[in-house]
Write a protein that binds this ligand. Structure first.
Ligand SMILES: [Zn+2]
Length: 176
């Protein structure tokens, strides 16, 4: 295996390489990359814009507490009111009669969900913003993946198979 001359890498390339390299397999390469990044960061300030935290967790959109409270009260009150009227108007024991219980039960469950979001410290998210490398869309994958499988390439340094989009070997850090 040949040594890689990281001194020829640009700062951006070093940062990308740092992200992708397997530091457990190549600790000395990672250390060299870190030293070079420090050296170059002195000359050029680096601004990495990201909405993700250090673990790659990205923001989620959550329903406001006031709308959640309104939905919770509305669904519980509405479902109970509708259900009671329904139960009162339909024949006891008939299948149609049972709809009243179903409406009350489902309304109270979804109402409880909204009230939880209104008052608890950690709310359920309404929409997640997800990095594509963290959570792929299965539908997109089903449409695209079969033709992309053959587009993988192999690292000339360590032989690791990677997707074509990579500019660095995720295992050893070699540049393609
Ligand atoms: Zn490699």
């Amino acid at each position: 295996m040949t040594e890689i001359d990281y001194t020829k890498y640009t700062l951006e390339e070093l940062l990308e390489c740092k992200e992708s390299i397997d530091g457990e397999v190549y600790p000395e390469r990672l250390a060299q990359i870190n030293i070079l990044i420090k050296e170059r960061a002195k000359d050029k300030p680096v601004h990495r814009v990201s909405i993700a935290d250090e673990d790659g967790n990205i923001a989620s959109i959550k329903t406001g507490r006031a709308p959640s409270f309104g939905l919770g009260v509305g669904e519980i009150a509405g479902s109970i009111l509708f259900g009671l009227i329904w139960l009162n108007q339909t024949d006891n024991g008939s299948n149609v009669h049972l709809i009243g219980y179903f409406v009350i039960l489902s309304g109270c469950i979804s109402g409880a969900y909204h009230l939880y979001n209104a008052f608890s410290k950690n709310r359920f998210s309404a929409q997640d913003i997800v990095a594509p490398d963290k959570e792929k869309d299965p539908f997109e994958s089903a449409l695209n993946r079969s033709s992309n499988d053959s587009d993988n390439k192999f690292c000339g340094d360590c032989g690791y198979e990677v997707e074509k989009k990579y500019k660095f070997c995720p295992k050893c850090g070699s540049k393609f």
